[in-house]
Design a protein around this ligand. Structure first.
Ligand code: B3K
Ligand code: ZN
Length: 879
């Protein structure tokens, strides 16, 4: 490929030539012809290096009507209109700029800027969508006070919502009405939002710690109010939690959430007017699973928490994205941990990190949490920036303690409220509030790739010591061949032969103060920690609570792992022992290629988990789940996905046969038949019930078919019904069950998404042609991202067998869809194109097929920068 495009570089940052104090916007809404009037109060920025620089505004897909400076209309010779810019030279130090332009929201399939969904208007401006609405300095370090006046037909658009507080409304001629909103807080344009249409509200009130009353509102399409209670309750819980944990209160009269079914991601934190994908708002037990309920709680929390970490203090430039995203993910994870099960949360978060972020960090798109360059910023809303970013924030808390972390947060807000700042500003606040040197720690922001810790333990009977030697290394990543050592918080414990925790005294320390779990500071390439007073060989419990986002290698024997499964008191480390054992076993089986048989030791360990009463069902469920094929994929060179799937499935079947009676007993115990209630505890119980069900479903017995159909028919909730359906469609008669489900739920878009995904994920023959056929189904729409993700995304990203079919048809299908989507919605196309990222890891036959498809995409004329960036980086990985 020869095409070159110019990347934006982090180190090229320059302050804007102008600042904007005020923005007054008026929208005259029409589906195909919306008029936008913008009045900007501008002043030159003394921080800009050139005193007479022109004003260069961003603008894309806009029709310019007129420009006035200080009341005088400019002639075409007085400005320069480019493809994506509007340049106005010779402006005075202060000026009032008035621009009128029009846009076509109905034809906007990118879902960035102002668009129409189900006849209503919505906006999405992060990262660079505001420039698709009007000409503006569309960059996060330009913060202004906005007012928004919305004018629209009263019948078609009875509800008109904007940022901030509503200050006026009235009627106009021709059945039109207007509403005016004032946002008292300065904000960057990416936080602007507008919603107009036929919507209804479910509302409640929250009284803040300081006694202020806030209206909390969830806006949805008519008929959906009964599915808003959980989102509303989650918003109130998030408000309370942020006050208690971080002393942060809401700052407007009203907090609004609006649900929209056409949306590129989960949700968006626009000031006072969060816009959400319906998937993260609408839920009732009959239609939503426990996982959906959890997701709603987390995403509502996440967007609400952005009000402080993102909105009040925002990013100077988009390279700093993790400043708000990593921090806000950390905050939502802590929220979920505090109101649910901390152990379950932690394990689930680590699983997501390993399945999504570790591959990214090892692949062609690897980048530090603060990237150095990009072609298209929308490609950097990644697992690295979000999930690894959150782990980096968590490490501050591990190093500084909860109180120290809070002190750092307090100082961060004290220093930077109302500003657009950098990741360094955050690190400096943590450092200064705690007098803790974070110089080396900051390398987590600049280096990509997952560090590897290789640990050895030596017990010295004579000296009564146990020495842990820790070596760290980090792999080369694109553009970063060499890495410097990290500062890694490494939490450890030691167990004696009875499983009791030992006191941990490092050589030279006072034994009296010893704790049983402690954080070692790993800073060197190699470091040894000697624990004293150890009288017999211990089993180390390492990387407790997953104290750093690293890969760990310790030469555990299988017996030691089984011992840790039984005895470790740290829930993460305990789960991890099982995970390590299972990964090791599955990789051995993959290499051997025999029909898998579960080792007795594993069967015994699982049997104990299934029969011990005192264990938390949620944790048992997590321990019984085999590591995913997607995760194992990363550990194999020249991988053959079909063989991997066969091994994974074979071990599942073997475990099901060996543990039939224990699984059945546990299933019956957990399948209580009590009416559905969403709570962490009940969800944990159901997850164990349904893990048992998924094993039992592997047994080819009429009794199991009956078990499944009974659960399907009698379920009063989607969690149980979907778990049963998932297993039923693996058996003969799949069609009947799928039809039954579709007949029942054809009018519920989110439930139909589940129906599409189940079929796209099937490992039965003919899945690709079924997916192709489903694209014709009336409930499918290529313009709707949820549908695309459920059907095409599930197939390309998660169906390892069908997508990687040896004939290459799966790859050709994926490439066709990328090209089709690229014309409609480049952000979604680029996400889809990422399914080719791992091509160099595959066995040679599939590797060549994938490469050919990548090249075919790359050859397409007029490819978006989104897709171009993903595909060209993927191809570079093979060079
Ligand atoms: N900040 C938004 C993501 C915007 C994505 C733009 N491509 C949602 C969030 O992280 O809360
Ligand atoms: Zn976010």
């Amino acid at each position: 490929m020869t095409e070159q495009r110019t990347a934006i570089q982090r180190l090229d940052y320059t302050p804007p030539a102008f600042l904007i104090d005020r923005v007054d916007l008026t929208f005259e809404l029409e589906e195909t012809h919306t008029r936008v009037l913008s009045r900007l109060v501008l002043k030159r920025n003394p921080a800009h290096p050139t005193a007479d620089a022109p004003l260069v505004l961003n603008g894309e897909e806009l029709s310019l009507e007129s420009i006035k400076v200080d009341g005088r209309q400019l002639t075409p010779g007085e400005y320069e209109l480019g493809d994506v810019t509007l340049t106005i030279p010779n402006l005075p130090a202060e000026a009032i700029l008035e621009i009128a332009n029009t846009i076509n929201p109905l034809s906007n399939t990118t879902l960035s800027g102002l668009y129409v969904s189900s006849g209503n208007f919505f906006t999405q401006c992060e990262a660079e969508g505001f420039r698709r609405i009007t000409y503006y300095l569309d960059r996060p370090d330009v913060m202004a006070k906005f007012t928004t006046t919305i004018v629209a037909d009263k019948t078609r658009y009875p509800v008109l919502l904007g940022n901030g507080n509503r200050v006026g409304q009235g009627n106009l001629d021709k059945n039109r009405h207007w509403v005016k909103w004032v946002d008292p807080f300065k904000k960057p344009s990416y936080l602007f939002a507008l919603v107009a249409g036929k919507l209804v509200v479910l509302a409640d009130r929250h009284t803040t710690a300081s006694g202020k009353t806030v209206n909390v509102e969830v806006w949805v399409e008519p008929g959906e109010q009964d599915k808003c209670h959980h989102a509303l309750a989650s918003a109130k819980a998030a408000m309370k939690w942020d006050e208690e944990r971080f002393g942060l209160e809401y700052d407007l009269d009203t907090y609004m959430i609006v649900a929209v079914s056409d949306f590129n991601m989960g949700a968006m934190e626009n000031k006072g007017l969060n816009i959400f994908n319906t998937k993260y708002v609408l839920a009732k037990p009959e239609t939503a699973t426990d996982v959906d309920f959890d997701g709603i709680e987390a995403v509502v929390g996440h967007e609400y928490f952005h009000n402080w970490t993102g909105n009040r203090v925002t990013c100077r430039d988009w390279f700093q994205l993790s400043l708000k995203e990593g921090l806000t993910v950390f905050r939502d994870q802590e929220f979920s941990s505090d109101i649910g099960s901390r152990a379950v949360q932690r394990i689930s978060n680590v699983r997501v990190l390993r399945e999504r972020q570790f591959p990214e960090d090892a692949g062609p798109q690897a980048h530090p949490i603060r990237p150095d360059s990009y072609l298209e910023i929308n490609n950097f809303y990644t697992a690295t920036v979000y999930e690894k970013g959150s782990e980096v924030v968590r490490m501050y808390q591990t190093l500084l303690g909860r109180e120290g972390f809070r002190k750092g947060m307090d100082l961060y807000f004290k220093r930077h409220d109302g500003q657009a700042v950098t990741c360094d500003d955050f690190a400096n606040a943590m450092q200064d509030a705690n007098q803790f040197d974070l110089t080396q720690f900051k390398r987590w922001y600049s280096q990509a790739g997952t560090p590897q810790l290789t640990v050895e333990g030596v017990f010295d009977q004579a000296a009564q010591t146990f020495a842990l030697t820790v070596r760290q290394s980090a792999p080369a990543t694109p553009g970063q061949p060499e890495k410097l050592p990290y500062h890694i918080p490494f939490a450890v414990g030691l167990l004696d032969q009875n499983g009791s925790e030992l006191k941990l005294t490092l050589q030279g320390e006072d034994a009296a103060e010893a704790a049983t779990s402690r954080v070692l500071h790993v800073r060197e390439a190699e470091q040894t920690f000697v624990f004293t007073g150890i009288s017999s060989k211990p089993v180390p419990s390492l990387l407790r609570d997953f104290s750093a986002p690293v890969k760990l290698d310790y030469p555990y024997t299988d017996d030691e792992l089984v011992f840790l499964i039984a005895h470790d008191t740290d829930p993460f480390a305990r789960w991890e022992a099982g995970n390590t054992y299972l990964v090791r076993l599955l990789l051995q089986l993959y290499r051997a290629g025999d029909t898998p048989k579960a080792p007795e030791q594993l069967v015994a360990a699982f049997a104990r988990l299934l029969t011990q009463d005192r264990l938390d069902p949620a944790l048992v469920a997590l321990m019984l789940e085999l590591p995913s094929e997607n995760y194992l994929f990363e550990a194999i060179n020249d991988v053959d996905p079909a063989r991997l799937h066969a091994v994974h499935h074979g071990l599942t079947q073997s475990l099901a046969r060996e543990l039939r009676s224990q699984l059945f007993a546990a299933y019956q115990k957990q399948h209580t038949g009590v009416p559905y209630r969403y709570s962490a505890e009940e969800a944990g119980r159901r997850s164990l019930q349904n893990v048992c069900l998924s094993y039992l479903a592997e047994l080819d017995e009429p009794m199991m078919a009956e078990l499944l159909s009974n659960q399907y028919r009698r379920a009063d909730n989607m969690t149980d019904r979907l778990a049963a359906l998932k297993a039923l469609i693996q058996r003969d008669g799949a069609e009947t069950w799928l039809d039954d489900f579709a007949t029942m739920w054809q009018d519920d878009a989110l439930v139909m998404d589940k129906w599409f995904a189940l079929q796209a994920l099937s490992d039965r023959p003919g899945t690709l042609s079924r997916v192709q056929k489903l694209m014709e189904h009336p409930a499918f729409a290529i313009t709707n991202p949820n549908k695309v993700r459920s059907l095409i995304g599930a197939f390309c990203h998660s169906n390892l067998v069908a997508f990687h079919a040896a004939d290459g048809y799966g790859y050709a299908f994926a490439a066709d869809r990328v090209l089709q989507l690229d014309k409609l919605n480049p952000q979604i196309a680029a996400r889809m194109a990422a399914c080719f990222n791992r091509w160099t890891r595959l066995e040679p036959g599939r590797r060549a097929l994938m490469k050919a498809e990548l090249e075919r995409i790359a050859r397409e004329p007029g490819l978006s920068s989104d897709t171009f960036e993903i595909v060209s980086k993927a191809l570079q990985a093979g060079q």
